[in-house]
Design a protein around this ligand. Structure first.
Ligand code: SF4
Length: 381
């Protein structure tokens, strides 16, 4: 049995290794999901998870890490910043003809990248401690039924904001989370204070009013869900509110004053590829399926498939500026589109024809958001 001193030393080594591999923070919690799991279950029972049926399954594994990986005594939550150097927030908000892709998806897919790093941290740790035979672990990056934000909050990596993401008071919220389940009773870290206070900027500026209560998001209204997880049509009532957001949405994070303290990621893999931070909707629309697959090799965007990519683009083009050649490009794409996409193309054409002018003004919420971001992030002005 390891002494308290030995466990403290192992924890320090783990944190050092994590930093060496690019993680900004690593903190430890116990495995209890008491209080958190009941809320999660209620959220699922209320149907706010939409079609994400994987969230209904494996409830026993989600509620107890020890069942997911037998012998687990602690959960280590780790932070990996992803904000690219030139975040370029304002331009896609101001210009509806430009593609607006969530900042986390501009570059390389984070899953494999972080998993490899987590594995390396654990292997090196195992190699350095005397009782390495007795050390057992498993790493996770969004890959299994893990209540990741709950463990991050318990460990004090940050607090859960009203938008339900984790916020760190020195780093904002632009980071991914990873977990190590480990069989050692490492010393536990304390949670931190919730510092949202009276602020409700994320709630009031969400384009589709998806944050229905503090820390409660109706995924079926959330643009991230609608453009990524949703396999079916995008509800007509929400299409015009989505603007040019074609893969995910950053607005709740952009609205958050704590992101004044956001840290720029040093990870070169997260820098934008294919000019995704500046490219226009019509340029992307003209990619065929092969170009989509080739250009998004190693990108999280590839996972949604070409047809859903076209579906998202059709909605955004319908919300963008009318140009004479746009209708022709929309109609031509029908040769490659399935029925679902064709319906979205028809919707886009009717939107553009009804408008037929370029007096498209950014809606009030987006304008407020632009003001927020411009005040918060001088690097993006
Ligand atoms: S915008 Fe305000 S309410 Fe929302 S998460 Fe940030 S601090 Fe909390």
């Amino acid at each position: 049995m390891l002494s308290t001193e030995a466990l403290t030393e192992i924890k320090s080594k783990l944190v050092i290794k994590a930093r060496e591999h690019g993680f900004q923070d690593a903190r430890v919690s116990d495995t209890s999901t008491s209080g958190y799991f009941a809320k999660f279950k209620q959220w699922v029972n209320d149907g706010f998870h939409g079609d994400m049926s994987f969230l209904e399954r494996n409830q026993n594994l989600r509620s107890s890490p020890d069942e997911l990986h037998p012998g687990t005594l602690r959960v280590v939550s780790l932070r990996y910043d992803y904000l690219p150097e030139h975040a370029g927030f304002v331009k896609p908000l101001k210009h509806p003809q430009q593609a607006n892709v969530s900042r986390y998806a501009l570059g390389r897919d984070y899953h494999k990248l972080m998993r490899k790093k987590l594995d390396a941290v654990c292997r090196q740790l195992q190699a350095e401690i005397e009782t390495s035979d007795a050390v057992d672990y498993r790493v996770f990056v969004d890959s299994a039924p893990v209540l990741e934000t709950s463990f991050a909050e318990k460990s004090g990596l940050g607090w859960k904001g009203k938008h339900s993401l984790i916020i760190n008071k020195k780093a904002g919220s632009w980071f991914f989370l990873g977990e190590i389940f480990i069989n050692l009773p490492l010393p536990i870290d304390e949670p931190v204070e919730d510092l949202c206070g009276n602020c409700s900027a994320c709630i009031s500026l969400c384009p589709t009013d998806a944050i229905i209560d503090s820390k409660k998001v109706d995924a079926t209204r959330c643009i991230s869900y609608l453009t990524i997880e949703n396999k079916g049509p995008i509800p007509i009532s929400l299409r015009s509110k989505m603007g040019n957001r074609i893969y995910g949405c950053d607005d709740c994070q952009l609205a958050c004053p704590w992101n004044r303290y956001a840290q720029i990621s040093k990870e070169t893999g997260f820098q934008p590829k294919n000019n995704l931070d500046t490219i226009s909707l019509l340029q992307l629309w003209q990619w065929n399926e092969k170009e989509f697959l080739d250009n998004f090799q190693g990108s999280p965007i590839r996972r949604i498939g070409y047809q859903n990519w076209l579906r998202n683009l059709a909605v955004a083009i319908g919300n963008s500026v009318y140009e004479p050649q746009t209708i022709e490009l929309l109609v031509n794409k029908k040769q490659e589109a399935n029925d679902l996409v064709c319906e979205h193309i028809d919707w886009a054409i009717s939107q553009l024809k009804n408008r037929q002018s370029n007096d498209l003004t950014v809606n009030k919420k987006t304008q407020k958001l632009i003001n927020c971001v411009t005040n918060m992030l001088p690097r993006d002005a």
